[in-house]
Design a protein around this ligand. Structure first.
Ligand code: NAI
Ligand code: MG
Length: 367
């Protein structure tokens, strides 16, 4: 089959790391494992420069039609002065909104070769492989009322409201259970049902859905504060973690620090499954930003971007074996001692973005 990909390199180091993903795609295509039709578009500052908006309607339409969107990073000091509505990040936000991307997937994987860069001891994190599934479009970041009220006595009141409806909880839990089936089959659902009504509904809804449709998957519940503690104490006991927007924001940043480097972290955002094709709209991107401090020097670590492609292969293109192969190639490049500047420790020689891409391609070829 031919897979339609939309590549949106963006700004700063985005184009540099995207070029390495194109090398990997060429290698996979040359192996005959799949055909890729790669379109390119603009998002962020480069789109502002070209069209006056941070993403064009045409590129949003192409994103909606693609099997997967791969995005580099957006933003940079050049666009600090542009009006708020058309700032570079607004392009990314529009894509997330228009594609209905409600599920944010953040894996935290700790490669043995990098375990010493983790904030925790090697034995706690070596071989770590967890996946945080964060609800992205609901909860306290969006609930109404949301305002600052003047109480008239010199006091003001800041109000945010946590709102979750059953369908929002069900659809994110469904994503978590389905992903768990592709992994080791364990889900931990997290909320604070001891103090929050939305947490009670979350717990009930996930429990009922599990009994109805996913009883083959192991389900556990953890209160979000206790989960934060256990993630730092014994992270390897977890597989898939599903949680709301706020707790997911915090817990995924905690999990990121278990792995070592920002340049290593991929992510995915998924939408609803199409009732006919079963296909989900999806956008894959590294967690890091456009890194203006190192942009243009060819030294950025491309592994978060290449890892994002591996997620696209697994979750959008039905190419799990190729995803495994690509993830193994990333590991073997690291095992062989290849380090970009962000990973190199004193005394270790750093290689360029392009050399790291070549090392992954070479490891793929050898596999
Ligand atoms: P950043 O992630 O761009 O950089 C933080 C630090 O990590 C910098 O020192 C950078 O050099 C380093 N770093 C990041 N990715 C790296 C990689 N692949 N290899 C080696 N080192 C890497 O975050 P920062 O500096 O806060 O933001 C810079 C710009 O990026 C801003 O305009 C911000 O708005 C934007 N941004 C965009 C995001 C996106 O496109 N999703 C996410 C976060 C920030
Ligand atoms: Mg965050």
């Amino acid at each position: 089959p031919t897979h339609k990909l939309l590549l949106l390199p963006g700004d700063g180091i985005g184009p540099e790391v995207s070029a390495e993903v194109e090398k990997v795609l060429d290698r996979l295509a040359a192996d005959g494992s799949a055909r890729f039709e790669v379109e390119r578009g603009l998002v962020g500052g480069c789109a502002i420069d070209a069209h006056g908006v941070p993403v064009s309607d045409a590129d949003v339409a192409r994103a909606a039609a693609a099997d997967a969107v791969l995005l580099g990073a957006v933003g940079g000091p050049k666009w600090d002065g542009v009006p708020y509505e058309i700032r570079p990040e607004a392009g990314l936000l529009r894509l997330r909104k228009d594609l209905g991307l409600f599920a944010n997937l953040r894996p935290a994987i700790c490669h043995a070769a990098l375990a010493d860069a983790s904030s925790l001891k090697r034995e706690l994190v070596e071989g770590l492989d967890i996946l945080i599934v964060r609800e992205l479009t609901g909860g306290v970041y969006f609930g109404e009322p949301k305002e600052i009220v003047d109480l008239g006595n010199g006091q003001k009141r800041g109000i945010d409201t946590q709102v979750y409806d059953t369908y929002e909880i069900e659809r994110i839990a469904r994503v978590a259970f389905e992903l768990a089936r592709l992994r080791t089959g364990r889900v931990t659902s997290s909320e604070k049902r001891n103090v929050m009504k939305s947490g009670v509904l979350w717990h009930q809804t996930v429990t009922a859905l599990h009994a109805r449709d996913y009883s083959d998957v192991e389900l556990k519940h953890e209160l979000a504060d206790a989960l934060g503690m256990k993630l730092v104490q014994a992270p390897k006991r977890f597989d898939v973690i599903v949680t709301d927007n706020l707790f997911g924001d915090m817990l995924s940043d905690v999990a990121a620090m278990l792995t070592g480097s920002l340049g290593m972290l991929p992510s995915a955002s998924l939408g609803e499954a199409d009732p006919v094709s079963g296909r989900r709209r999806a956008l894959y991107e590294p967690v890091h930003g456009s890194a203006p401090d190192i942009a243009g020097r060819g030294v950025a670590n491309p592994l978060a971007m290449i890892g994002s492609l591996a997620m696209a292969l697994r979750y959008s293109l039905d190419m799990a074996a190729e995803a495994d192969r690509l993830e193994r190639a990333i590991s073997s490049a690291l095992d062989a001692g290849h380090r970009t500047a962000d990973l190199a420790r004193p005394g270790e020689t750093a290689i360029s973005t392009s050399q790291m891409g070549d090392a992954v391609v070479a490891a793929l070829s050898a596999s």
